[in-house]
Write a protein that binds this ligand. Sequence first.
Ligand code: PA5
Length: 444
Amino acid sequence: MLDVKLFQMETFLSEPYEDTLAPQLKSAHERLQDGSGLGGDFTGWVHLPRDYDKAEFARIKAAAAKIQKNSQALVVIGIGGSYLGARGVIDCLCSPNYNLKKKSTPNVYFMGNGLSADAMQEVLDLLEGVDFSVNVISKSGTTTEPAVAFRFFRDALEKKYGKAGAKGRIYATTDKARGALKSLANEEGWESFVVPDGVGGRYSVLTAVGLLPIAVAGIGIEELMGGAAKMMKLCETASYENPAWTYAALRDALYQKGWSIEVLACYDPAFRFMLEWWKQLYGESEGKDGKGLFPASVEFTADLHSMGQYMQDGTRNIFETVVRLGASEHQLYVPRDEDDGDGLNFLAGKPMDFIRDRAMEGTLLAHTEGGVPNLIVEAGGKDAKSLGQLIYFFEYACGLSGYLLEVNPFDQPGVEAYKKNMFALLGKPGYEDRKAELEAKLKK
Ligand code: PA5
């Protein structure tokens, strides 16, 4: 089972932080469990692994099977919470090279998560001569990036299959009643999946938002949900037996002592988009009202040769949380070379995991001695069940952390600022005054 600890705790936290924080954690925990805290309407994810819509789950599996049968590619259109979870899970469990692998499941392309014409054209080109489907995901149904991308891919589908043919290849994941995407889906008769009312974007990977693309890639979504349900049970415990309590308490205690940047690290490149998912989860949930840890990420050992210098020696406001995924699926042994020109024969016959683990221990000791507290999250294996547990663990700890900071962990008012400016500068009706004002500012 997942475990969290702070290495050489006494060096960094000599005070009894557990006792000090227990009353606040208990209160945060109760507010999450009964939805009575700030943003309580958005705590539907707390019991989701138990209460999810079983009929919709069956429809997700049926839609995934249909896509696997009639498509060589699925274009998943979404941004932020409507994108990162699915990408994180697919990369982690199938590989970042998933699309390049020989396999019986469709390629998955993630689009609508930016505004690059080149990125869009590249995927449109890759789809030439390829049977494909589209899963457009937006809870609000009004986000600009995915809405623009959907125009292009819907157009490509309709050109290829005709309007009627395209209809059976478009899957819309959105609010159950509101928003432009829901209206379009109703009018056009596209199969729709629901982002439940009480689940915000960044907490939605275990809804159709994440589950449909994940299932299309051939990952067992029952196992993923099973892992999450197991962690949900554990997280119902109102004590430090709950690993989310330990994680939330440690990061809060470190934050209070001036460590204001948390760097999430992993020694497996397949975890890269899980790091991105975590950054969004914590960044959008905590960073408000002038408060919050800054979430950053590194991929080790690659980033030991870039960010490693700063982490060892730079401003001392960073702590590190290392996710350990356990043994690799493949054991590769270093070949012996008779000439030993590179002097590496001392490693001949050793498995890659042995080398990685020594790098991990060496880094742990070096960074700790350099004044960087190291939290270790033992996540178990790189499988759907363990990842389901890890996802729920991070979500629950994030909710707790937000309440410890006394912020609303479920809104994102700061994201609106750029959107308003962008709409004004694009000439969206209703933003005329702001447009003139902003254009004048840009000329200065
Ligand atoms: O966590 C959030 O709510 C956001 O990151 C959203 O997921 C993101 O802005 C996309 O929103 P939508 O799904 O409404 O298009």
